[in-house]
Design a protein around this ligand. Structure first.
Ligand code: GDG
Length: 537
């Protein structure tokens, strides 16, 4: 069985990015500087070295930092995971013994199963281990429950008059897929915790692994020393949304998460919603909202927001590379004399791509002076194409753009240009060239594009940001906020951005750059470790 390599490797990318940054930092700094962290004034970073001297790391995510495939000669070739999260966590791995548990994505991952993977630019290695569920079990866990049910519920995208219908197949996906794969992960973690020389920090990632913590508590005795962290990358909606999930599933998820020591969310709102959900649906949970604490079954879970970010130096370095330079020159030539609106997303209903095009249509109606003068460039990465809804959505996106192009095209101007495919250097080149970056997600845990754009853009471009992205919490002072359902407001925001005087654009752009640089991916990790130390977890 050969599972397709999927494109949505966003948090892995982040982890790797942050780990590599830390790694670089460690290599470049004198020992006396190491304790002071990134720039010497981030208290969280003071503690990284200290904490990791006494702890080992067990990182757990659905996708790992590496996948294996066959090369042309039938040999084994490895491909490293991309993005900030993988980088971030790989960096940490350089500072202590690290073990990464993930699910096998290919037949070669299954065969390879467990071994050492070298870290970039260092003699150290990271111990990577794959769990290998049966294909049907993985399908039920990944597509059946995580992507079709939890993703839609947590992005408030359930169209309950029609979908989802929870039927026998869903329950089978739950029992033989989600529960079974979470148990497999827990068993692998438990084995690792038992043989660990130092008490491990177990860092679980995301919505695929909600049940792991309670299984782990069952498998390990209360005398075993370890700290359990879980970071949730996607939104946590209000208690009413969770009311739609059958009680048995909801209870298992809440019990799982209340077995964690430190539970991280992207925003304060997400953490607050989680606590409200526990108060509503977890009998005998005692919630202290003000202090972010939940007591359940003699265990305290500390709930806190740790907004994820990007590896700023890494993306700036890539932006300066000859490869990106060449692509940017191409864009500059093609769009010379025109203002450029850019969006960069997975083809994903929560990214609200169709309404983005509708807003552009509205702009060209309301402000015809932009016709022929503004180009909309959409860089779209195919995602989860094995799920019917995603295929249908991709068709809808293409249809919406096609209609607008038919309506307004001129001999030398096609209003919307769509580039489909995975090409990160191309995405970075587009980020450098935009005059307006449109992020209008219906709901988004964070949205990293909103953070990447401002640190590489060369034209003091304006960020239009949905108020339902996690990025809003930090970037609001430098962005034009829009309600994502309102295409009229989005069209007006586009007009405001396209006509904004340069000094104002500059002020907004500088503010955004500063906000992102202040709190990058290393800071995200530092703050979590700082909390572990402060809370004595
Ligand atoms: C989830 C949550 C949360 C873009 N084009 C290509 C490419 N990209 C990069 C972007 C960005 C990443 O992919 C996408 O990250 P987002 O945050 O925008 O969105 P999700 O994939 O939905 O991520 C989200 C995130 O997890 C982290 O916690 O922010 O809310 O939904 O970095 O620049 N990457 C590659 N090829 C491309 O063509 N490899």
């Amino acid at each position: 069985m050969n599972m397709p390599v999927r494109t949505e490797n966003r948090f892995l990318a982040g982890m790797i990015a942050a780990t590599e940054s830390l790694q670089k930092m460690e290599l470049q700094m004198e020992p006396s500087q190491r304790q002071s962290g990134l720039n010497g004034n981030e208290p969280g970073c003071d503690l990284i070295g200290q904490i990791l001297q006494t702890r080992s790391l067990v990182i757990v995510s659905n996708r790992g930092p590496v996948t294996f495939s066959k090369d042309e000669n039938g040999g084994l070739q490895s491909k490293r995971g991309k993005g900030g999260l993988v980088t971030a966590l790989t960096g940490l791995a350089n500072l202590t013994d690290a073990h990464w548990i993930a699910s096998a994505q290919t037949e070669q991952d299954r065969e390879w199963s467990h071994g050492q993977v070298p870290l970039n630019g260092s003699e150290k290695t990271i111990d990577v281990q794959f769990v290998s569920p049966e294909a049907a079990s993985y399908e039920g866990y990944y597509n059946g429950i995580a992507n079709s049910l939890l993703w839609f519920l947590q992005h408030s995208m359930m169209d309950i008059s029609h979908t989802p219908t929870i039927n026998r197949t869903t329950w089978q996906d739950w029992k033989d897929g989600y529960v079974a794969v979470n148990r497999l992960f827990a068993e692998a973690i438990a084995r690792q915790v038992r043989v660990s020389q130092k008490p491990p920090l177990v860092m679980l990632q995301d919505y695929h692994l909600y049940l792991v913590p309670s299984f782990l508590r069952e498998l390990l005795t209360s005398r075993t020393k370890y700290t359990l962290m879980h970071f949730i990358h996607i939104p946590w909606p209000g208690a009413e949304d969770w009311g739609l999930l059958p009680a048995r599933m909801r209870l298992a998820i809440l019990e799982g998460l209340c077995a964690v020591d430190l539970l991280g969310f992207q925003t304060r709102e997400d953490g607050f919603n989680f606590m409200r959900t526990c108060e509503s649906y977890l009998p005998r949970a005692y919630v202290k909202f003000k202090h972010g604490r939940i007591w359940y079954r003699n265990h305290m879970t500390y709930v806190k927001d740790f907004p994820i970010s990007i590896d700023v130096p890494a993306i700036q370095q890539l932006a300066e590379s000859p490869e990106v330079d060449e692509i940017r020159h191409g864009f500059e030539e093609s769009y010379e004399g025109r203002l450029l609106i850019v969006r960069i997303d997975r083809i994903e209903p929560s990214k609200n791509i169709v309404r983005g095009f509708q807003a552009f249509d509205e702009l060209l109606e309301l402000h015809p002076e932009h016709r022929g003068k503004v180009q909309f460039l959409a860089l779209l990465v195919p995602s989860r194409m094995e799920v019917d809804k995603y295929q249908a959505y991709a068709e809808e996106v293409m249809g919406a753009a096609g209609k607008i192009n038919v309506k307004y095209s001129q001999s030398d101007w096609e209003p919307i240009r769509i580039l489909v495919g995975e090409d990160y250097p191309r995405a970075v080149a587009a980020m450098q060239r935009y005059d307006v970056l449109l992020v209008n997600s219906l709901a988004d845990g964070m949205n990293l594009v909103a953070k990447e754009g401002p640190v590489v853009n060369r034209r003091n471009g304006v960020l239009i940001l949905s108020e339902r992205t996690g990025a809003r919490q930090q970037l609001e002072p430098g962005a034009l906020l829009i309600p994502p359902l309102d295409v009229y407001a989005t069209a007006e925001a586009l007009h405001q951005a396209l006509t904004m005087p340069m000094p104002e654009r500059q002020e907004h752009a500088e503010r955004l750059r500063h906000l992102v640089e202040q709190e990058d991916i290393v800071d995200w990790l530092c703050k979590q470790l700082e909390t572990i130390a402060e809370m004595n977890l």
